[in-house]
Design a protein around this ligand. Structure first.
Ligand SMILES: CC(C)(COP(=O)(O)OP(=O)(O)OC[C@H]1O[C@@H](n2cnc3c(N)ncnc32)[C@H](O)[C@@H]1OP(=O)(O)O)[C@@H](O)C(=O)NCCC(=O)NCCS
Length: 191
């Protein structure tokens, strides 16, 4: 089987920057329903994504996009939340960090998967311009699978954004008004 050619550049292994952040969910993180605010979890995800990306890049990084944020299960006060981050993909100056979030009930030992999300970060140089990042040494078949998946996710996103842009530009209200039939809305104006 033909192997991908490695450029004569610096390559850092996925394990070099793999990062886990664990935090106890304290009462001040909770909403009125007693569950942890989604924004608290997003902030922790951004923090671990930064730590992982900056370690790989050896540079300051900024968050560009966040994909796949679906909170599948609520997180309770008193649970230990662990966020496991690793670099899934690198471009020239960008990096995609995959983050798996789990919450553990320390008394029962029960661990639930709350979400998996993907943060795209860009490394910045001293001049505040995007800076080249080291290549990624894929140490396991799982690393290679994630890299390929990330390329496919990026391609699908570009296609769907393009498609949606065309829909938005060309949307003619009269022609599409039937889309609202059966939806839970009423027209409060004359067409
Ligand atoms: C992200 C940012 C650096 C891009 O700057 P730019 O001048 O457009 O740079 P480029 O066009 O050279 O793109 C740089 C990289 O970002 C990637 N990128 C830019 N916009 C992107 C987007 N919307 N989604 C995914 N990747 C994106 C490019 O693909 C490129 O990756 P590559 O070098 O690996 O091929 C710039 O927009 C920025 O600083 N944004 C603010 C980020 C910030 O402050 N985040 C904190 C949260 S508020």
């Amino acid at each position: 089987m033909q192997q991908p050619r490695l450029e004569p550049d610096l390559f850092r292994p996925v394990s070099y920057s793999r990062t886990t952040l664990t935090e106890l969910m304290i009462p001040s993180y909770a909403n009125f329903g007693g569950k942890i605010h989604g924004g608290i979890l997003l902030s922790l995800m951004d923090k671990v994504a930064y730590a992982c990306a900056a370690k790989h890049a050896g540079n300051y990084c900024v968050t560009v996009t966040v994909d796949g944020v679906h909170f599948l299960q609520p997180v309770e006060v008193g649970e230990l939340v662990s966020l496991m981050a690793s670099i899934n993909y690198v471009g020239k100056t960008s990096l995609m960090v995959g983050i798996k979030v789990v919450a553990e009930n320390v008394k029962s030992g029960f661990v639930k998967h709350t979400n998996t999300s993907y943060f795209t970060m860009v490394a910045k140089g001293e001049d505040d311009k995007p800076a080249k990042v080291p290549g990624l040494l894929l140490e396991t078949p799982e690393d290679a699978r994630r890299f390929i998946e990330a390329i496919q996710r990026k391609e699908i996103k570009v296609r769907s954004e393009q498609e949606f842009k065309e829909i938005k530009t060309n949307l003619e209200l009269r022609q599409n008004i039937s889309t609202l039939v059966g939806q839970r809305c009423q027209l409060g104006f004359d067409l």
